[in-house]
Design a protein around this ligand. Structure first.
Ligand code: PMP
Length: 431
């Protein structure tokens, strides 16, 4: 495979765009530092780079592109929106329709507001939780990414009763000290943190199914315990469903697991590939947001007709019969095929999968917490990523990310991928 155009564009791009990328995860720093592939167009399950190479896409733009690239129904919605004008700065009927669609799918959303990114959605739910409880601190879980607002760019202290430290330069220590980080799936440490900080805790922020150190499900009953412990302490529970909403079923992870948070933040899939975020939850809490209440959130682009109409079209596709059953079937076959390769070539790896999302960890340890994902061998992942790329299979360039199957992936794509993975495993094992 020839990557010469991507390679030469790296040098040019770096002269203009800081680091050559608009989001750090797009650099290939974690996979050997090669030139990031520059894409030109996408259609269905494939995308094509500037050198004319074709890839089966499992990046899916880090999640939003669940209906594949340039899906006809979505493209039509975008064209219609463009013809009607894409921004008015006023209310529209589309946003009312979309809010109702979200509420029908996720009943805990007694009221909804639209914003422009997952970062904004999470940031705002935290503000509202603080306004409602009149408390400042939040508890989050190790390894869970919640966007790039100050408060959630915080690493764990050395125990559940320790305050956080900034995970990024520029985040004030004072901000980080309002965050306590505990391991996912560890109810004892959560209990200890809540007991220690008591009436300072505004909320527990959690991805109900983790998507940010691969796909990690909560153990049965974990989220119910989180609710019980938080609510006993008069703290709120916020679900970050930026990755999980409409990923595994038509609805949120909260519907799949049958447990309800007080507030939910969403993004990615609900915009069908356009910039969007949304948050919502209990009416008595949401009433704290302006113009009804004292907590402020606003946005020039919030609820813009382009994103909203694209989001509606995306959910219409996902609501069709059999969509998630098919994702499950393809996901199951992909997992089974990769597992056969792991067994056949003696690769030290294991897979977490739910419906159409999966992660391969290059460790024999079953991953239920961040520390297990950390132990996944980065060099092996890097080799796997780079060899697979040369087979025309595109993953996210990080050992922590998931593979996402779209509605447009075919059985043939999956079989082709399995064969490529086996060839790559064979090369890795013969060294
Ligand atoms: N929360 C989660 C769980 C995410 O995965 C992400 C993005 N990867 C965000 C929040 C931030 O969303 P955005 O990139 O749209 O700001």
């Amino acid at each position: 495979m020839d990557f010469s155009k991507s390679e030469s564009l790296k040098n040019i791009s770096e002269q203009h765009i800081l680091g050559g990328v608009n989001s750090p995860s797009r650099s290939y720093k974690a996979v050997g530092g090669g030139a990031p592939i520059v894409m030109e167009r996408g259609k269905g399950s494939k995308f094509y780079d500037v050198d004319g190479n074709e890839y089966i896409d499992y990046l899916a733009a880090y999640g939003p592109i669940i209906t594949g690239h340039a899906h006809p129904h979505i493209t039509e919605a975008i064209k219609n929106a463009a013809e009607d004008g894409i921004l008015y700065g006023t209310s529209t009927t589309h946003e009312i329709k979309f809010a109702q669609m979200l509420q029908d799918a996720i009943p805990s959303l007694e009221r909804v507001r639209f914003v422009n990114s997952g970062t904004e959605a999470v940031m705002t739910t935290i503000r509202i939780a603080r306004a409602y409880t009149k408390r400042n601190k939040i508890i989050k879980f190790e390894g869970c990414y919640h966007g790039h607002s100050d408060l959630v760019l915080v690493a764990a202290g050395s125990g559940p009763s320790q305050l956080g430290t900034p995970d990024s330069a520029g985040v004030p220590i004072g901000v980080a000290q309002d965050v306590i980080t505990v391991p996912f799936n560890d109810i004892d440490q959560l209990t200890e943190a809540i007991e220690h900080f008591g009436d300072e805790i505004a909320a527990v922020l959690v991805e109900p199914i983790v998507g940010n150190f691969g796909i990690v499900e909560p153990y049965e009953g974990f989220l119910e315990q989180v609710n019980e412990i938080a609510h006993r302490n008069n703290s709120l529970v916020i679900y970050d469903e930026v990755i999980t909403a409409f990923r595994f079923m038509y609805g949120g992870a909260q519907n799949l697991l049958n447990v309800q948070p007080d507030l939910t933040a969403m993004g990615k899939i609900i915009g069908g590939g356009t910039p969007i975020g949304a948050y919502g939850g209990r009416l008595d809490i949401m009433e704290h947001v302006a113009p009804l209440g004292p907590a402020y959130q606003a946005g020039t682009m919030a609820g813009n007709p382009l994103s909203i109409r694209t989001g509606i079209a995306c959910l219409e596709v996902l609501k069709e019969d059999g969509v998630y059953e098919r994702l499950e079937k393809l996901g199951q076959r992909l997992e089974e095929g990769i597992q056969q390769g792991i067994d056949q070539y003696g690769i030290k790896a294991n897979i977490n999968r739910l419906v159409g999302a999966l992660t391969i960890y290059f460790t024999e340890e079953k991953v239920t917490q961040y520390s297990h994902a950390e132990s996944s061998n980065a060099e092996q992942f890097s080799e796997f990523f780079n060899l697979l790329l040369r087979e025309g299979i595109h993953l996210a360039p990080s050992k922590y990310e998931a593979w996402f199957i779209t509605t447009e992936h075919t059985e043939e794509d999956i079989e082709k991928t399995i064969k490529a993975v086996h060839r790559v495993f064979e090369k890795m094992s013969s060294k």
